[in-house]
Design a protein around this ligand. Structure first.
Ligand code: ATP
Length: 284
């Protein structure tokens, strides 16, 4: 049997770090939004035991190192059901190491397929708990939509969706190390934090301008100078008519919110002349 699932990318409308926990993880508070940029994940069950992963990006891990394979392993351990022989194929469209949770979303798609096919009685919350064993962003990716994620990312609260708009996401060639950014947060200390309550109120009121005013990612405040490109992309998006722009996750992707489709298309074309991966997206 063949099962295919969309694995959607996410953007951070806010990203806040509240502190470091005794277990070494950080307590986060983030408003996340799924967008229609997506990978396609296909699980094919077969008679022979074992699990293999194929992707159209040759440099991604094919075995246990792939987040999709890890998700399958955690699923069978957690549910106590006998592992089934399967191959997982991933067609990647979400840029890798971009702050858009591409790998986590692939893992979440595998969990949704396995939940549906191998344990249909399993509640979604349990699938999200299994996701937590795979990675911090996986519980959110299992659920998707507009969500407040707290703790390591496992405490999820559904929020009203982002009002209708167009999103342009732009990824430069560089990549940023997430552990390096957390280390920067520890040494530099954060002075400003997102207005998360204001963001959730703006979402509840359907107030796109209020949402745009409150886009905020604390990682931007501790970015080492060599990532100045992030700020250049933000200025470019604003210059091209974005209502607001922000980095997503630990970067380096930056996105802008547009009212108007025409402006968003023009911005995408202008940025595509300069940056390797630029996407015009809608929310999911
Ligand atoms: P996040 O926003 O959750 O921090 P990210 O967008 O920064 O994620 P990903 O692209 O999800 O980063 O993952 C990058 C790392 O995970 C790379 O080192 C990559 O080799 C590894 N990886 C394993 N499986 C996958 C996968 N299915 N897709 C993408 N990367 C994967």
């Amino acid at each position: 049997m063949v099962h295919t699932e969309h694995a959607y990318a996410k953007l951070n409308l806010t990203l806040d770090i509240l502190g470091r926990r005794p277990d070494g993880y950080h307590d986060m508070r983030m408003v996340m939004q799924s967008i229609d940029l997506r990978d396609e994940v296909t699980v094919t069950f077969r008679e022979e035991p074992g699990l293999e992963v194929s992707t159209d990006l040759s440099y991604l891990p094919r075995g246990e190192g792939n987040i999709a394979a890890k998700a399958a392993a955690r699923f069978f351990e957690a549910t106590g059901s006998a592992p089934r022989g399967m191959s997982i194929d991933i067609q990647k469209h979400i840029p890798v190491c971009a702050g858009m949770a591409g790998g986590s979303s692939d893992g979440a798609a595998v969990l949704r397929i396995l939940g549906r096919t191998c344990a249909p009685e399993l509640p979604r919350e349990r699938l999200e708990e299994i996701g937590e064993l795979v990675g911090s962003d996986v519980p959110y990716c299992v659920r998707g939509g507009t969500v407040l994620a707290e703790g390591r990312g496992e405490r999820l609260t559904d929020l009203p969706g982002l009002p209708s708009c167009f999103l342009v996401a732009c990824k430069p060639a560089c990549s940023i190390s997430t552990p390096e950014l957390f280390a920067q947060v520890r040494t530099k200390k954060l002075r400003c934090h997102p207005d998360t309550a204001g963001m959730t109120a703006a979402l509840a009121a359907g107030d796109l301008e209020g949402v745009a005013h409150r886009l905020y990612n604390v990682f931007e405040d501790v970015l080492p100078r060599r990532y100045a490109q992030v700020f250049e992309m933000k200025s470019a998006l604003l210059g091209l008519g974005a209502m607001a722009a922000s980095m997503t996750g630990s970067g380096p992707t930056v996105f802008g919110i547009f009212w108007d489709e025409e402006r968003a298309r023009t911005a995408r074309e202008a940025l595509a002349a300069q940056y390797p991966a630029v996407f015009l997206c809608r929310t999911v």
